[in-house]
Design a protein around this ligand. Structure first.
Ligand code: PHE
Length: 445
């Protein structure tokens, strides 16, 4: 434990850094592909409900553990409740961050490769064939992922503050404008009616599929960076009088809007080009180049801008993922920050190789999914909710009521009571049910 805990410079610094972690590949790449593969509107509705009813209380709870414990993802639990096993939540979170980064680095590499492609003239013709050909190679995608991880490591080495905090300030607004602009264009391409039906017209039968619930809940955790100790760590840098509830609300609102607008960017174009929404992990890498190509010469510039920003958004998230394991190890082994960052970065990179190879170069599947998809589904749908479940039980059932109110910044009264009910009963029961039925269905159906 460090003697003097760092603190955020300002409330907006905190919100922006948290946004930097939350807004990433999850909002564009993962959101569209998970929604596409899980029936569209039913997924969207359950995802929105998960964000409000699970995401919001869990984010507050993670902040409050960090704010009270004033330490890292595992140590905060140990400090608040010595000689108990609640810290397992933090341990699961660190493990999840480690595994997620292994495949996040692969997708980050794809994004870098596409940036390069738009620097050198763009992608014309059959974007699906281009994509399949690229990810089906054994060496090239791994080299791009190496580059992505090297940049991540370099930034974490230099310290997160200056680079990330200040870059988020201009990056996020530009990325937002770009996504809005592209969505507006995509809505003119002729696939709008089909896209709206797919996204917003409830297909009731999909609500009976436990796997859709599992996928939607997993997406909510992934996109909000929950269940990983990140919000906990960020909360530990907060001043005691910080207004947590409104910060959490702002972060959640912005992250969700981002995902929704990127859905409006992807799906109308997808239907206009007659593509299949269940394409899987390659969805955005196939659909967007199609739009850019249709835009003509300016499309190359827009494409470049888009992939540069997507890469930067991915970087600001991958850094927070690496930082979790780095800060965890730093307190426990006798090595410098530099040594640990390099070591962990290398291990995570190596761990990503099977994910990359599973995209066509080699046949590596688990439970019917490619290795990459399996890592993605297992971490987001199982590890993150489990870790969050333990954190919620810890706070809601072992803290005194007054402590809960103090550290979540809620007041006694209607809202406080509603939060308490949600955290004590609804959230744990909902997560447990979805986990049990979803996993059962995933494994055996
Ligand atoms: N929330 C990030 C995204 O949407 C991914 C992420 C998950 C980052 C967990 C940090 C921790 O891309």
């Amino acid at each position: 434990m460090s003697a003097k805990r760092e603190q955020w410079g300002s409330r907006w610094g905190f919100i922006l850094a948290t946004m930097g972690s939350a807004v990433g590949l999850g909002n564009i790449w993962r959101f569209s592909y998970a929604m596409g593969s899980n029936g569209g509107s039913a997924f969207l509705i359950i995802y929105l409900l998960s964000v409000i009813l699970l995401g919001f209380p869990i984010m507050l709870i993670e902040f409050s553990i960090g704010k009270r414990g004033q330490d890292d993802a595992v140590q905060s639990f140990k400090k608040i409740a010595p000689k108990t096993s609640w810290y397992i939540a933090g341990g699961l979170g660190v493990l999840a961050a480690f595994l997620i980064l292994s495949f996040y680095g692969i997708i980050g590499g794809w994004s870098l490769r596409y940036t390069y492609e738009y620097l050198s003239g763009g992608i014309g013709g059959d974007s699906s064939a281009f994509f399949q050909n690229f990810i089906g190679q054994s060496v090239s995608p791994i080299l791009w992922s190496f580059l992505f991880m090297a940049i991540t490591v370099a930034i974490v080495l230099m310290g997160v503050k200056k680079g990330i905090e200040s870059s988020s300030k201009w990056m996020m607004p530009i990325l937002s404008l770009l996504v809005i602009g592209l969505a507006a264009y995509s809505l003119t391409l002729g696939g709008t009616a089909e896209a709206f039906a797919f996204m917003f017209q409830p297909e009731w039968s999909a609500f009976t599929d436990p796997e859709v619930y599992l996928a939607a809940m997993g997406q909510a955790f992934f996109t909000l960076s929950l269940g990983m100790g990140i919000m906990l760590t960020y909360g530990s840098y907060l001043k005691p009088d910080e207004r947590l509830t409104s910060s959490a609300a702002v972060i959640i609102l912005l992250d969700t809007s981002f995902a929704l607008i990127s859905g409006l960017m992807i799906f109308p174009a997808l239907f206009a080009f007659g593509l299949d929404p269940t394409e899987g992990a390659g969805l955005v890498f196939i659909v967007l180049p199609g739009i850019f190509d249709a835009l003509g010469d300016i499309g190359i510039f827009v494409g470049l801008l888009f992939f540069v920003l997507l890469t930067l958004a991915a970087l600001s998230s991958s850094i927070s993922l690496l930082e979790v394991s780095v800060s965890f190890l730093m307190d426990r082994v006798k090595m410098t920050r530099k040594g640990i960052t390099l070591l962990l970065g290398s291990i995570i990179f190596l761990l990503g190789i099977p994910s990359s190879l599973s995209q066509g170069a080699m046949d590596i599947t688990i439970l019917g999914s490619s290795f990459l998809d399996f890592m993605d589904l297992f971490t987001a749908n199982v590890l993150l909710p489990s870790s969050a479940l333990i954190s919620v039980l810890f706070v809601a059932w072992t803290w005194k009521k007054q402590d809960i109110y103090t550290h979540t910044d809620l007041k006694q009264g209607a809202v406080g009571t509603a939060f308490l009910m949600l955290a004590r009963f609804f959230v744990p029961v909902a997560i447990a049910l979805v986990l049990v039925f979803g996993i059962f269905n995933w494994l055996f159906a």
